[in-house]
Design a protein around this ligand. Structure first.
Ligand SMILES: Cc1ncc(COP(=O)(O)O)c(CNCCCC(=O)O)c1O
Length: 451
C-alpha cells in the first residue's frame, strides 16, 4: 500500500504555534504508516503516540495528516532548545556539507575538542576536568563506571531504587524497574547494588540527611565502602517518576563518597542543560560531582553523550581504553556547540524557571481541586504529577493511562513514567510560547474534570 506522505514542512519556531486538529489522532496517513511499521519494525520497539511527524518546532509537533500537537515531551527531554532550533539546524547543515565522520580516534577534528572544553567549563566545579564523548546516555553511563573502576581499582557500583540509567547490560543492572527495561534480558552485570532513594511522597517525608544516612547504612553493610567504585544517581530521577530527593540528600551522599574515596557520578542525562532551571540540576544544592554524565538536551536531537569529570579520574584508564567509532560525531558536536550558544543567548535557564513557575502554579491548583493528584513535584521545565487513589499513596496507573490517552486525543504530546506507571510528566521544549503552555494546561484541567 503506497502511502502519500505530505512533504515535510520546514520545522523550527516559524511553524504556526497552535494546537490544530484536522483529523482524529492518529490520522489516516499516520495509521497507514503504523501498519507499515508493523510489517517492517520489530514489535519490541514501541511507540507511545503513533502520529508520524512531518515537522516540529517552537512548542508544536506537526504530523503528516496536518495536525499540530502541543509538545510537552521534547522527545523525552531532548529538544530542550526547540526542535530544528535555527542555530542548531544551521550548524548541522554547515558541518554536514564539510565532513560527516572521520572517527575522532583516527583523524580528529576541532569540534570534539571545543565541546569538551565547553563541558569542562560549564559543568559544576572549577577543578581541572576532562571529557570523553559518546553516542547515548547508556553508553556514557557505562563509560563513567569504567572510569570510576579504573580510578579506584574497585568493582562495586551502587544505584538507587527507582533509578533509570539505560538499556545496555550494565545500565539495565543499574536500572530499577524490570518491565519493560530488564525483564527477560538477564543475566545482568555483577557487582551492582541498590540503595534506598529519598522519595518524600513515599518515605514519610524523611529529611535529606536522614534519608542519606539510611542509604549509607545499606551501602556500608551490604557493599562496604572499600569495595565501592562509584555511586550513580540522578539528581532528579526521570523514568522512575521525577523523584526529587529531599534537600540535603545529595550533598550528604556526595560528602560520604568523598570521605570514602568513592566516585560520585551524577547522571544528568535527563536533567542537564537548563531543563530544571539550572544549567545542571546538581547546582540546586551546590553539589559538585566527580563525574557528570550528560546526553539528551546536549545536542538538540543529534545523538551525543558525554562523561565530564575530575582530570585525575578521566585520565585513569590506559590510553585507548575509552572510545568507539562514532563518539563525538562532528555533526553532533556542531549541534552541541549551537545548543550551548542558544542556552546562553536565548536565556534558556531563566526560561526554564519561568515555565516551571507556570507548571507549578497550575498543577498545584489542579491538585487542590482533585485528590487523585497525590503529589506535584519537579523543578523548572521538568515537572510531574503522581496520580493515586484519593487520600492515599496507592498508585492509580489506570487513571494515568486514561488521562494520557485523552490528552493525546486532544492534541497534547504528554508522557507517563514512574515505577508504578502513575506519573504524568511535563517536559516542554524551552521554546514553547506561553500561550501554548497555558492552552495545554487548560486542556489538561478539562480532562481531569471529565475523568
Ligand atoms: C537519567 C537517564 N540516564 C540514562 C538514560 C539512557 O539514555 P539513552 O540515550 O536512552 O541511552 C536515560 C534515558 N531516558 C529515556 C529512556 C527512554 C527509553 O529508552 O524507553 C535517562 O533518563
Amino acid at each position: 500500500m503506497t502511502v502519500t506522505v505530505t512533504q515535510p514542512a520546514i520545522g523550527g519556531p516559524q511553524l504556526p504555534q497552535e494546537r490544530r486538529l484536522v483529523t482524529e489522532i492518529p490520522g489516516p496517513l499516520s495509521r497507514n504508516l503504523a501498519a507499515r511499521k508493523d510489517g517492517a519494525v520489530s514489535s519490541a520497539v514501541g511507540t507511545m503516540l503513533p502520529v508520524y511527524v512531518a515537522a516540529a518546532g517552537g512548542g508544536v509537533v506537526v504530523d503528516i495528516d496536518g495536525n499540530s500537537l502541543i509538545d510537552l515531551g521534547s522527545g523525552i527531554a531532548v529538544t530542550t532548545v526547540g526542535n530544528s532550533n535555527p542555530r542548531v539546524a544551521e550548524a548541522v547543515a554547515a558541518q554536514a556539507a564539510a565532513f560527516t565522520h572521520t572517527c575522532f580516534m583516527i583523524t580528529p577534528y576541532d569540534g570534539y575538542i571545543e565541546v569538551a572544553e565547553a563541558l569542562n567549563r560549564l559543568t559544576p566545579g572549577d577543578h581541572d576536568k576532562r571529557t570523553a564523548l559518546f553516542n547515548s546516555g547508556a553508553e556514557a553511563v557505562e563509560n563513567a563506571v569504567k572510569i570510576a573502576r579504573s580510578h579506584t581499582g574497585r568493582q562495586a557500583v551502587v544505584a538507587f531504587d527507582h533509578g533509570y540509567h539505560g538499556r545496555t547490560n550494565l545500565t539495565m543492572a543499574l536500572t530499577a524497574k524490570s518491565m519493560p527495561y530488564k525483564s527477560g534480558f538477564g543475566p545482568f552485570a555483577p557487582e551492582v547494588y541498590r540503595a534506598p532513594m529519598s522519595y518524600p511522597f513515599r518515605d514519610g517525608g524523611a529529611d535529606g540527611v536522614t534519608a542519606a544516612r539510611r542509604a549509607i547504612e545499606v551501602i556500608e553493610k551490604q557493599v562496604g565502602a572499600a569495595n565501592l567504585a562509584a555511586v550513580v544517581i540522578e539528581p532528579i530521577q526521570g523514568e522512575g517518576g521525577f523523584v526529587v530527593p529531599a534537600p540535603g540528600f545529595l550533598p550528604a551522599l556526595a560528602a560520604w563518597c568523598t570521605a570514602n574515596g568513592v566516585v560520585f557520578v551524577a547522571d544528568e542525562v535527563q536533567t542537564g542543560f537548563a531543563r530544571t532551571g539550572d544549567l545542571f540540576a546538581c547546582e540546586d544544592e551546590g553539589v559538585v560531582p566527580d563525574l557528570i554524565v550528560t546526553a539528551k538536551g546536549i545536542a538538540g536531537g543529534l545523538p551525543l553523550a558525554a562523561v565530564t569529570g575530575r582530570a585525575e579520574m578521566m585520565n585513569a584508564p590506559h590510553a585507548g581504553g575509552l572510545g568507539g567509532t562514532y563518539g563525538g560525531n562532528p555533526i553532533a558536536c556542531a549541534a552541541a556547540l549551537a545548543v550551548f550558544e542558544s542556552i546562553e543567548a536565548d536565556g534558556l535557564v531563566d526560561r526554564a524557571g519561568q515555565i516551571g513557575a507556570t507548571l507549578a502554579e497550575r498543577l498545584t491548583a489542579l491538585q487542590a481541586a482533585d485528590a487523585r493528584i497525590g503529589d506535584v513535584r519537579g523543578r523548572g521545565a521538568m515537572m510531574a504529577i503522581e496520580l493515586v487513589e484519593p487520600g492515599t499513596t496507592e498508585p492509580d496507573a489506570a487513571l494515568t493511562q486514561r488521562v494520557a490517552a485523552a490528552a493525546h486525543a486532544q492534541g497534547l504530546v504528554v508522557l507517563v513514567c514512574g515505577t508504578w506507571g502513575n506519573v504524568l510528566r511535563f517536559l516542554p521544549p524551552l521554546s514553547i510560547p506561553d500561550h501554548l503552555l497555558t492552552e495545554a494546561l487548560d486542556v489538561l484541567e478539562r480532562i481531569f474534570k471529565d475523568s
